[in-house]
Design a binder for this molecule. Structure first.
Ligand code: ZN
Length: 485
């Protein structure tokens, strides 16, 4: 049978992770191990011959540490796991090489600044040097990026590159604690730079104010040790994961929606990638984004902090991490669970026979449904000004609002009939095929899905979309509020 040796115990077994022994139970297996590796005796057992307290023995998920359980018969298929209670201290799995660690030194100020890390056996001077040597890319300086960037800076990560294309807006301040009121309308990367400088001026801060696409992401992340995905849309998530696979860089993934968050580590040590976990994105518009669905303010702090924690553990090389696992946290009911994620052998990019070997192989807009398929009848639309004029003129039109109830609570669309997308086909009798019908949603994407859904259901009347959605029309709506409502 096989015995699996956890990383910190491997030094007693010539660095082997897996050993085969002829044995019928745990007691015999341990005897065989000690016979073959005499050094292991003092590693595993104390002077009285008792198993050292920091070692647990598992068979499958069963704890068999107690000596009376060592005689339970085992079969050849069983695997014994020798697991130290605290996995740490020997930074064997670090993504930062020893040579790079050794090239780092600290001045007195840094020793004082990072004293709380230096006290930890699992981090210490060696771990802190790895943190300083690390070069990390954070994609997205929004809700998740805020805690990630601040904690990486505070922890002393030597080089932090922040990638974001947006300016700070007032509504960002509800969750994006990296930015403050005076940063509104400034680029997020500029605000991020100020925050990092305020925390620690010694950090090499790099900024990329670009929108990531298949033809530029490789240049942005290549040569870095770790990528942290703090983006907020499916296209970016696939692009980031695919680029990390092709560049051979591990990735810490995080996502939030309303009260729920997810964290994982992708593309680490031959583990699964984002595409293994989620082979295809939802059709565009079917699932509201975080911007459309909202999220409770501290959730970004919870999930982003776990991402930063995972990043530091990968850099130092300690602990367990979320490679091959998905942590799901529901902050409303305070439930969390860790689900197993498997690498897919048929994964399009990290599987045995990948069909994507360079990013140009895939049209990410099309894959994520951001492009209208060519065979579909194009959807005609009104601009906010055109729609306003038709309302002003009192034209016989019907306006259908397909947003979720919580979105409508923020801003009602005047004179609109409310029909959620899921009820459209069933409620099409409420529409008058003799009138122009205009669909509205927050950003003008779900309304296109609504129109296509109705057409598929056989509706033949004229259907139009509000271009850019209510977001684009809100100034006009506010200025007419009294007259229209
Ligand atoms: Zn994969």
């Amino acid at each position: 049978m096989n015995v699996y040796i956890s990383a910190t115990l491997r030094s007693f077994f010539d660095r082997n992770a897996k050993l085969e022994v002829e044995a019928e139970n745990i007691r015999q297996a341990l005897d065989e191990l000690v016979k073959a590796y005499p050094d292991a005796k003092k590693g595993l057992f104390d002077e009285e011959g008792k198993l050292r307290g920091f070692i647990r023995i598992y068979v499958g998920s069963e704890n068999r540490t107690a000596q009376d359980r060592w005689v339970i018969p085992l079969t050849k298929k069983d695997e014994i796991l020798l697991l130290p209670a605290i996995a740490g201290g020997v930074p064997e799995g670090s993504i930062i090489s020893d040579d790079r660690r050794k090239a780092v030194s600290f001045d007195d100020k840094e020793i004082e600044r990072f004293g709380k890390h230096l006290l930890l056996r699992e981090i210490g001077v060696k771990g802190q040097k790895r943190i300083k040597a690390a070069r990390v890319v954070v994609i997205g300086a929004g809700a998740l990026g805020s805690p990630v960037i601040q904690y990486l800076a505070a922890a002393g990560v030597g080089t932090i590159k922040v990638v974001d294309f947006d300016d700070v807006s007032l509504e960002n301040l509800q969750s994006q604690v990296l930015h403050s009121s005076r940063d509104v309308n400034r680029p997020k990367v500029a605000s991020a730079r100020d925050s990092v400088r305020n925390i620690n001026r010694n950090i090499e801060f790099e900024a990329e104010n670009v929108l990531l696409e298949a033809d530029n992401i490789t240049d942005v992340i290549d040569g870095y040790d770790l990528v942290i995905d703090c983006s907020d849309n499916y296209k970016a998530r696939y692009l980031i994961s695919d680029a990390c696979v092709l560049c051979g860089i591990p990735e810490v993934f995080g996502a939030i929606y309303q009260f729920e968050g997810q964290v994982s580590v992708f593309n680490y040590n031959d583990g699964p990638c984002y595409r293994c976990a989620f082979p295809t994105p939802p059709p565009a518009g079917l699932v509201p984004t975080c911007a459309e669905g909202g999220a409770i303010s501290p959730l970004a702090g919870i999930i982003g902090s776990i991402q930063a924690n995972e990043a530091l553990k990968l850099i130092i090389g300690i602990g367990d991490h979320l490679s091959g696992k998905l942590l799901v946290i529901d902050s409303l009911y305070l439930r969390s669970q860790i689900l197993n994620l498997n690498k897919r052998e048929d994964c399009e990019i990290c599987g045995k026979h990948p069909s994507i070997t360079e990013l140009a192989d895939l049209d990410y807009d099309e894959f994520c449904g951001l492009k209208e398929a060519e065979e579909e009848t194009p959807v005609e639309g009104f601009t906010p000004d055109e729609l306003a004029k038709r309302i002003e003129n009192g034209d016989p039109i019907t306006i259908i609002d397909v947003r979720e109830p919580h979105e409508r609570a923020i801003m009602r669309f005047p004179n609109a009939i409310v029909i959620p997308i899921g009820q459209l086909a069933r409620r099409q009798k409420e529409l008058d095929p003799g009138k122009d019908t205009i669909f509205v949603c927050r950003e003008g994407k779900r309304s296109i899905l609504a129109i296509n859904t109705l057409r598929e259901a056989g509706y033949t009347g004229p259907l139009y979309n509000l271009k850019g959605g209510i977001e684009a029309m809100k100034d006009i709506i506010f200025s007419h509020e009294g007259a229209w409502l």
